[in-house]
Design a protein around this ligand. Structure first.
Ligand SMILES: NC(=O)C1=CN([C@@H]2O[C@H](COP(=O)(O)OP(=O)(O)OC[C@H]3O[C@@H](n4cnc5c(N)ncnc54)[C@H](O)[C@@H]3O)[C@@H](O)[C@H]2O)C=CC1
Ligand SMILES: CC(C)c1ccc(C(=O)O)c(O)c1O
Length: 253
């Protein structure tokens, strides 16, 4: 797929990896539909995409809410005329052990609300946006690409029952959608990042950051542009589908 003049929706596009992918793809000529909960961050991201040389619009939307998602994708197609890509990137963390034991006593457990919040955004949100994007692409006879952002945590990371389950789920959707949607000219692939330099990782304690970096074979965190270039590769290479690409500096959890 050519990025020039294609229309790409990015969830969680207000900051972090979503914004980095938006700017990178905008610089390659793609028109960007930025989806996020945070209006101010969206305004900044729209300005950054325009500065990178392309058109961009913002959509305030909770990806976990079916009605929001349906309205948003209708609005994107109304505004831009068509849809060629979706990056399912919005995600949250609510880490905690399944059962925390101190002095032989169960002190804390992962709350159902903690589990559900992550499943709602990171798994149900991906399902809803993927379904709406595919619906719009098929209705408008647009060829398209859907990218699900997973994580190396999909293999199972301590303290992340909720997050690992959601990321394993969005990884499993990749081959399902690749098989189901190929007949409509839609490809689906995933990216499983390792630790990437973002606002969140920048706020970690230096000792924790050092310990974590030491465990990465390449001895550094990834850069947001390295995830963005993987997304551009998936969009541009028409034979990539049904696979999750790992971009993690060789780290295995
Ligand atoms: N930063 C990292 O090292 C890694 C990140 N990832 C994944 O990459 C994706 C992006 O991560 P970051 O940029 O680090 O996160 P971030 O927290 O910086 O950005 C996430 C964005 O998603 C938005 N968002 C959250 N809930 C939403 C909802 N219900 N509806 C709409 N928007 C919502 C937030 O407002 C925010 O702008 C996530 O899926 C994350 O799991 C995966 C592996 C490593
Ligand atoms: C444990 C993995 C690599 C990880 C680390 C940090 C974030 C984040 O800051 O959002 C993630 O989403 C992760 O998947």
């Amino acid at each position: 797929m050519k990025l020039q003049d294609s229309v790409i929706a990015i969830t969680g596009g207000g900051q972090g990896l979503g914004r980095a992918m938006a700017e990178y793809l905008a610089a390659k000529g793609a028109k960007i539909a930025l989806i996020d909960l945070m209006p101010d961050k969206l305004d900044e991201a729209v300005a950054a995409c325009k500065a990178a040389g392309s058109d961009a619009r913002r959509y305030v939307c909770n990806v976990a809410k079916e009605e929001d998602v349906e309205k948003t994708f209708d609005a994107i197609v109304k505004d831009f005329g068509h849809l060629n890509g979706l990056v399912n990137n919005a995600g949250i963390l609510r880490d905690g052990l399944l059962v925390k034991v101190k002095d032989g006593k169960v002190e804390r457990r992962m709350e159902l609300s903690q589990w559900q919040a992550v499943i709602d955004v990171n798994l149900t949100g991906v399902f809803l946006c993927g379904r709406e994007a595919a619906t719009q692409m098929i209705r408008n006879d647009d060829r398209g690409v859907i990218i699900n952002i997973a994580s190396i945590s999909r293999a199972g990371n301590m303290g992340q029952s909720n997050y690992s389950a959601a990321k394993a789920g969005v990884s499993a959707l990749v081959p399902v959608w690749a098989k189901e949607l190929a007949r409509y000219g839609i490809r689906c692939a995933g990216i499983a990042p390792g630790f990437i330099e973002t606002e969140m990782t920048a706020s970690m304690k230096p000792e924790a950051l050092e310990k974590m970096t030491a465990s990465i074979p390449l001895k550094r965190m990834g850069k947001p542009e390295e995830i963005a270039s993987a997304a551009a590769f998936i969009f541009e290479n028409d034979y990539v589908s049904g696979r999750v690409i790992e971009v993690d500096g060789a780290l295995r959890l």
